[in-house]
Design a binder for this molecule. Structure first.
Ligand SMILES: [Zn+2]
Length: 91
């Protein structure tokens, strides 16, 4: 199974997936720095994890990137997130 992980963000860059200019790029070890919209498109639906269409919104993905950039300890303390909270299965 392939995964896509969020490890941080980069401001004012280009999406390494589609080339679109981005105000905030999501850093992934697997696919480089990509846009939140592309991130959402690349991951698999998981209706156990997210209600509605089974995916986080692009806005949520950006929030995850901002949060994990401050470290996993911060993410756990402030939001109760775990390392797995930032890892997604790809479609
Ligand atoms: Zn893109």
């Amino acid at each position: 199974m392939n995964t896509l992980s969020i490890t941080g963000y980069t401001r004012d860059c280009n999406c390494e997936h589609c080339g679109r200019p981005l105000k905030l790029g999501v850093v992934t070890p697997e696919k480089g720095t990509i846009g939140a919209d592309c991130f959402v498109r690349l991951i698999q639906r998981d209706t156990k994890r997210y209600s509605g269409n089974g995916k986080p919104s692009a806005e949520m993905v950006k929030q995850y990137a901002l949060i994990i950039a401050k470290g996993l300890e911060y993410a756990a303390r402030q939001y109760g997130y775990r390392a797995s909270s930032f890892v997604f299965q790809t479609a």
